[in-house]
Design a protein around this ligand. Structure first.
Ligand SMILES: Cc1cc2nc3c(=O)[nH]c(=O)nc-3n(C[C@H](O)[C@H](O)[C@H](O)COP(=O)(O)OP(=O)(O)OC[C@H]3O[C@@H](n4cnc5c(N)ncnc54)[C@H](O)[C@@H]3O)c2cc1C
Ligand code: FES
Length: 286
């Protein structure tokens, strides 16, 4: 039981970069921005259809391309949202761009989270740091079709209160009765945090999970996985019910160059979302 290659990109969206205009830039915490993009060509926008957990190659002419997760849900067509951390060449060039400027998009690529498999089941989403970017796509897919899923728990860990992504959006979810929402920060030097202070695994004692009916979706820094998975297994949830999104250096994004190899798998085509049961014995996976 693997993650799903929900919607492979049509051939021309896969190999041919299509121009997309920046329609809005929403600053997040320091060094992070949410870019709302719209394909210049309406046909490309109509062809573009993704699943949560998939990614696009974002190209800046004359600079290069970088793989970036889709942060918007497939339930909201017309706008492509990506949440970007300024890291190197491509992302710095993107940060110098403004509303109206154009980037080039290829994709969507990879296997994402299987929402068909998740339907009718309880869901635990665990994100750390920028890992909330792809999980936001899954979160809103579930919330936009709320009656199709069981109980929903979101756990999100950040370094400090200043490092919480999508702060206002998360605040807007706080009073929803149809989900459980648990936030943690590693440290709170100014004493302003009203939720849990400590690592994200500390949130597990606050939740009741039905082991036979819960699927788990994880995305965060590599260090987070080992400890979060340990907590999930303590709750008697099977490894087959755990899905993790992995990140590797990529070049082609389409399974040709071998840059993103994880044992026998390619992160770009076999992932980035993997079933934990499939990769737990692959030494370099986690
Ligand atoms: C599936 C997937 C999804 C992703 N989603 C997101 C997302 O949603 N948001 C986001 O901000 N980022 C995301 N990333 C990470 C992003 O693709 C990288 O940070 C990318 O390197 C940024 O490109 P850049 O040109 O700006 O940086 P680069 O110029 O590539 O540099 C980035 C950093 O990586 C180092 N580096 C570059 N090349 C190598 C190499 N070959 N070996 C070792 N180190 C190297 C550089 O020194 C620098 O510190 C994702 C990556 C993957 C694989
Ligand atoms: S990035 Fe080339 S094979 Fe995955």
């Amino acid at each position: 039981m693997g993650a799903e290659n929900l919607k492979a990109a049509p051939v021309d969206l896969m190999f041919q970069p299509h121009p997309a205009r920046i329609v809005r830039v929403l600053p997040q915490m320091e060094g992070h921005r949410l870019f709302q993009l719209r394909f210049v060509d309406d046909d490309a926008m109509l062809l573009f259809s993704h699943g949560p957990g998939q990614f696009v190659e974002v190209g800046i002419p004359g600079v290069g391309e970088a793989p970036i997760s889709l942060s918007s849900p497939p339930t909201r067509q017309g706008i492509v949202e990506i949440c970007v951390r300024e890291a190197g060449l491509v992302t710095s060039a993107l940060f110098r761009m403004n509303k109206g400027d154009q980037v080039a998009l290829r994709g969507p690529f990879g296997r994402g989270f299987s929402t068909d498999l998740f339907k009718g089941h309880d869901l635990l989403l665990v994100a750390g740091g920028l890992g909330l970017a792809p999980l936001r796509s899954l979160l809103w897919t579930i919330l936009d079709n709320r009656s199709e899923y069981g109980k929903l728990v979101l756990m999100y860990g950040s370094r400090s209160p200043d490092d919480v992504l999508f702060k206002y959006e998360l605040l807007s979810l706080m009073n929803r009765a149809d989900m459980q929402y648990l936030l943690s920060v590693d440290k709170d030097d100014e004493g302003i945090w009203r939720q849990y202070v400590g690592v994200v695994t500390g949130l597990f004692e606050k939740v009741e999970l039905d082991p036979g009916n819960t699927y788990c979706a994880l995305c965060g820094p590599p260090i987070m996985y080992r400890f979060v998975i340990r907590e999930i297994l303590k709750k008697k949830i099977s490894p087959k019910r755990i899905f993790v999104s992995l990140e590797r250096m990529m070049k082609c994004g389409v399974g040709k160059c071998g840059h993103c190899a994880i044992g026998q798998y390619y992160c770009c085509t076999d992932g980035p979302v993997f079933n934990y049961d499939e990769i737990r014995d692959v030494k370099e996976a986690l």
